[in-house]
Design a protein around this ligand. Structure first.
Ligand code: DGJ
Length: 566
């Protein structure tokens, strides 16, 4: 059955979520802004990426005036990611991962590499699972971020091979102040570091060989390193180190005066000590891995509450928490990014975490975030703050849900709210990444407490209102219920913008000519064709622009807006 052109486009996002793939087959090509990331990549992959072995550019991180881009195939790339559940990166289970990624319209899948699997016998490496992951990712037109579940996984050593777990004399666990063993590695025993360095460098060496087409974009070194249940290690070796002087590198880097840990850091000494040795250990692992294959490397953080953090061990001690980012930067120069795992649904907290981790010396990457629907809108805030990537956690079809308050199981229905945003953003992902490097992107997510927000460009203020009807301006915005709106705006040129969002009213006010008002020159709805050329489907005017740009419906609408004043 032939559908009307734009109905087909607008239905595509929802239809893919339901697995009705034949609907997307019926999509027109020109102006079709709703194709999935995987689809958007497909023609390029088929036509442009010769997977049989050209010398593809290494993924890398580019910096411009404190803004960042992840370069993939030589150009800025926005990771619209998804992280699979912890136990989903097995060949038998990968078929639960790729369909979810496709339904989501994700372009990158984050998957763990398990130390216990690749080195079940010490010194004998088995990369068959990694190879399956690479092969299947390519077949499914996905890029990968691999997560090294090595010495630490959520502060514990649970992914270490049996030969480590069974030899606790050589690979001890940490002792707390009372001398009790804690479920976390005691890294002052040198065998830990040597074993992890050997395994991680073997992995990176293998990736260099096995991935000439750069399917893997980045590697996360360890997972939420640090310790739960103790502030620091009190083993005899740790105690000896704690009695010593703070290394000069740290003292100098932080602008402190030399002394013992207690003398320099007072009541924070235990936490800082643990952070320094954790970060220094990870630096040494990262360094040998990077020497084998210089992919961008990052660490992820289990966060502390951003407004009232309390003291460890109420949060993970020694971790790359916001108070320790400076230290991690000094200790671990081989790590390009200190990245927050954001499991805080409240707008104020989410925004604060972004502020804390987005720094001139630290690209913003959110490698994990919650998967209940309320998190989906935060992709806009992340991109608007310059994120190079964002990924909800645990969205695969293995029927496991990690969320206390989220969906019971991850059925396709649970993916919908994320798919809605990604299906809109995927076709313009590269443009947004490029715009972010140039400082041309702003974005916002709905705050349930505050229904009007503004975004500032050089010449224009953008007013966002949530919960307005599409017609009329005499009423006050009442917010969406639930709060699920968001928008990104890309400055395309002087007084010209690309607008993409859901459940929001967008309007512009000139700031360069006080007293003047915005005058729509032209508002075009359309999309980019495969060559990146804009195709106009229709011009919005009349009721569609008299009360701002109302992106009220679930449909995916891209607007190109040209403005003047009167
Ligand atoms: C954060 C960890 O990094 C993930 O591996 C996973 O355990 C989630 N927490 C669970 O919500």
């Amino acid at each position: 059955m032939r559908r009307k052109r734009f109905q087909g486009i607008l239905a595509a996002g929802a239809a893919l979520v339901l697995g009705l793939l034949e609907v997307s087959a019926a999509l027109p090509t020109a102006g079709a802004q709703s194709t999935s990331a995987a689809q958007a990549e497909k023609p390029r992959v088929a036509a442009g990426r010769d997977l049989s072995g050209k010398n593809w550019a290494m993924p890398s991180i580019e910096q411009k005036d404190g803004r960042y881009a992840l370069l993939v195939d030589g150009a800025p790339y926005l990771m619209l990611g998804v992280q699979a559940n912890n136990s989903s990166a097995w060949p038998e289970y990968l078929d639960k991962v790729w369909p979810a990624a496709e339904m989501l319209h994700a372009n990158t899948v984050e998957l763990p590499v398990y130390w216990e699997q690749i080195e079940a016998t010490q010194g004998k490496f088995d990369f068959s699972v990694v190879d399956q992951i690479l092969k299947q990712a390519r077949e499914h037109h996905q890029r990968l971020v691999l997560l090294w579940f090595g010495t630490w996984k959520n502060g514990s050593a649970h992914y270490t091979p049996e030969w480590i777990k069974l030899n606790q004399a050589k690979y001890p666990l940490l002792l707390n102040r009372d001398g009790h063993t804690v479920d976390s590695p005691s890294i002052f025993a040198p065998a830990w570091l040597e074993a992890d360095k050997t395994a991680f460098s073997a992995l990176m060496r293998h990736l260099k060989e096995a991935d000439p087409v750069r399917t893997v974009l980045m590697v996360q070194v360890e997972n939420e390193s640090g310790v739960w249940g103790a502030v620091r290690d009190y083993s005899p070796a740790a105690e000896k180190a704690f009695a010593g002087q703070v290394p000069e590198k740290l003292v100098k880097g932080l602008g402190k005066r030399p002394g013992t840990w207690r003398e320099v850091f007072g009541k924070d000494a235990d936490e800082v000590f643990q952070a320094w040795f954790t970060a220094s250990y990870i630096e040494q692992v990262a360094e040998v891995g990077k020497a084998e294959y210089p992919l961008p490397l990052y660490v992820n953080a289990a966060l502390r509450e951003p407004f009232n953090p309390g003291k460890p061990p109420s949060y993970e001690s020694g971790a790359p928490t916001d108070n320790e980012i400076d230290l991690w930067k000094i200790a671990a120069p081989s790590i390009s990014i200190v990245a927050p795992d954001i499991y805080m649904p409240e707008f104020a907290k989410y925004s604060k975490v972004i502020d804390l981790y987005r720094r001139k010396d630290n690209p913003l990457l959110i490698p994990e975030t919650g998967n209940p629907a309320e998190y989906a809108r935060y992709v806009y805030a992340a991109i608007g703050q310059g994120a190079i990537g964002w990924a909800p956690f645990g969205l695969d079809l293995s029927c496991y849900s990690n969320q206390v308050e989220g969906p019971e199981t991850m059925e396709p229905e649970a993916l919908k709210s994320f798919a809605r945003q990604y299906s809109l953003l995927a076709p313009i992902a590269r443009k947004l990444a490029e715009g972010n490097l140039d400082g041309k992107v702003r974005g916002g997510s709905e705050d349930a407490e505050n229904h009007t927000r503004t975004l500032d460009f050089e010449r224009w203020k953008v007013v966002l209102q949530y919960g307005m009807p599409s017609f009329g301006d005499s009423m006050k915005p009442k917010g969406n219920s639930p709060a699920d709106g968001g928008v990104v705006i890309l400055e395309l040129g002087p007084d010209e913008f690309l607008v993409a969002g859901h459940h929001v009213r967008v309007d512009f006010t000139p700031t360069f000519e006080p007293g003047k008002k915005r005058y729509w020159l032209k508002v075009e709805e359309g999309g980019y064709d495969e060559a990146g050329k804009w195709k106009t489907a229709r011009i919005w005017n009349g009721d569609q622009t008299d009360y701002g740009l109302n992106l009220k419906a679930d449909e995916n609408v891209l607007l190109k807006v040209r403005l003047t004043t009167f």
